[in-house]
Design a protein around this ligand. Structure first.
Ligand code: UDP
Ligand code: MG
Length: 316
C-alpha cells in the first residue's frame, strides 16, 4: 500500500489544531492509502506543542517534530520534508485554509501519473484587498523576470511524488522560497482549483514586512535580473550624459559662454548619486544573501521528536 505523508508546519495554531485534525481524519477516513502525519512545531508559544505531543502519543501515525525556536514556515516545511517517508508528500497549513477535502482528488491525479498536483486558489476573497493586490503584483513581476515560472495563487499546498521530493531534498540553499524550489524541480504537473476559506481562528503569521522579505527571497533566489539591470541603466545614463556633454561642447563653440547651470548640475549629481546608491543597495541584497548562503548553517534545529521511532533519524 502506498504511503502518503501529510506535512503540517504549525506556529501558534493551538486553536485550530483540534478542528484541523478532525477535518483531516474525516477527509482521509476510508482511503486505500496508508498515511503518516508529520507536524512541525515551529517554536510556538501557545499550547501547540502540548496538543501535538498528545496527538503523537495517541496515534501511531502522527509524528511531532519540535524545532528549538521559530525558524519560519519555509524552514519548518523543509524539516517536515526531511522526515517524510511517503511515496507522495502533501504540505498543508494547519489553519484549514488549505481544505483537506481536496486531498483525495490530488491523490487521484497522482494515480493518473502526475508527479505534482498544485492546489490553486480560484478565489482569494478571504484575503484582504491589500494582500490580493500585492500577491498579484508579486506573481506578475516574479514570472516576468524569474524562471521557472510560478503558478499564480498556488501556495505550498500541493502533492509531490517521491522523486520530486528527492530532488528538493538535494537543494542545499538556506534561503528557501519553497514554492520556487518546488517549481524548480519540475516534473509532470497539473492544477486543481479551490476557494480559499478564511481562517476559523487565530491570525495570519504574515504581515507586509514578512511578505516583503519572502518576496525578496523569492526574486533574488530565482533571478539575477535586478543585479544585471544596473549595467544597462548605467550604460543608458552614461550615453545620455555623453550626448549632453557633446551638445554643450558644440553649443559653447558656436554660441560662446552660457550662463552657469547651477540647478541642472545639482540635479544631475543628485540623480546620479541616487542611481548609484540604489545600484549598490541591490548589490548588497545579493551580497548579503551570498554571505548567509556560504555559512552553510543548518536550516533548522530539532529539539525533540514525538511519535513513531522517537528520536530516530534526526537529519540536519
Ligand atoms: N507557519 C509556520 N511558521 C511561521 C509562520 C507560519 O510554521 O513562522 C505556519 C502556520 O502555522 C500555518 C502556515 O504556516 O500552518 C501558514 O501560515 P499563515 O496561515 O499565517 O499564512 P497565510 O495563510 O496567511 O498565508
Ligand atoms: Mg493561513
Amino acid at each position: 500500500m502506498a504511503l502518503i505523508s501529510i506535512l503540517c508546519p504549525c506556529y501558534n495554531e493551538a486553536e485550530n489544531l483540534p478542528l484541523f485534525w478532525r477535518t483531516l481524519s474525516e477527509a482521509l477516513g476510508d482511503s486505500q492509502y496508508e498515511y503518516e502525519y508529520i507536524f512541525v512545531n515551529d517554536g510556538s508559544s501557545d499550547g501547540t506543542l502540548e496538543y501535538l505531543k498528545r496527538l503523537a502519543s495517541e496515534n501511531a501515525r502522527v509524528r511531532a517534530i519540535d524545532l528549538s525556536r521559530n525558524f519560519g514556515k519555509e524552514a519548518a516545511l523543509s524539516a517536515a520534508i526531511d522526515f517524510a517517508a511517503g511515496d507522495a508528500v502533501i504540505p498543508i497549513d494547519a489553519d484549514l485554509q488549505d481544505p483537506p477535502e481536496l486531498i483525495p482528488e490530488m491523490l487521484r491525479l497522482w494515480q493518473e501519473g502526475f508527479d505534482v498536483v498544485e492546489a490553486q486558489r480560484s478565489d482569494r476573497a478571504s484575503d484582504t484587498f491589500g494582500k490580493r493586490l500585492t500577491a498579484h503584483f508579486f506573481y506578475r513581476f516574479h514570472n516576468k523576470i524569474s524562471s521557472p515560472k510560478l503558478t499564480e495563487n498556488a501556495g505550498d499546498f500541493r502533492l509531490m511524488s517521491r522523486r520530486v521530493v528527492d530532488v528538493i531534498k538535494k537543494l542545499p540553499e538556506s534561503q528557501r522560497f519553497m514554492r520556487g524550489l518546488f517549481a524548480w524541480a519540475g516534473f509532470k504537473t497539473t492544477v486543481v482549483q479551490y476557494v480559499r476559506p478564511p481562517r476559523p481562528a487565530g491570525e495570519t503569521k504574515y504581515n507586509y514586512k514578512s511578505m516583503w522579505r519572502l518576496a525578496l527571497d523569492a526574486i533574488t533566489s530565482f533571478s539575477t535580473l535586478p543585479l544585471r539591470l544596473w549595467s544597462y541603466i548605467g550604460a543608458a545614463i552614461s550615453m545620455t550624459a555623453f550626448l549632453g556633454t557633446l551638445y554643450i561642447f558644440v553649443r559653447t563653440l558656436v554660441f560662446g559662454k552660457d550662463l552657469p547651470g547651477y540647478a541642472s548640475t545639482i540635479c544631475l549629481i543628485l540623480f546620479l548619486g541616487g542611481v548609484q546608491l540604489l545600484g549598490i543597495g541591490i548589490l548588497g541584497e545579493y551580497l548579503g544573501r551570498t554571505y548567509m548562503e556560504v555559512k552553510h548553517r543548518p536550516l533548522y534545529v530539532v529539539a525533540d521528536i514525538y511519535g513513531e521511532n522517537e528520536g530516530g533519524d534526526k537529519k540536519k
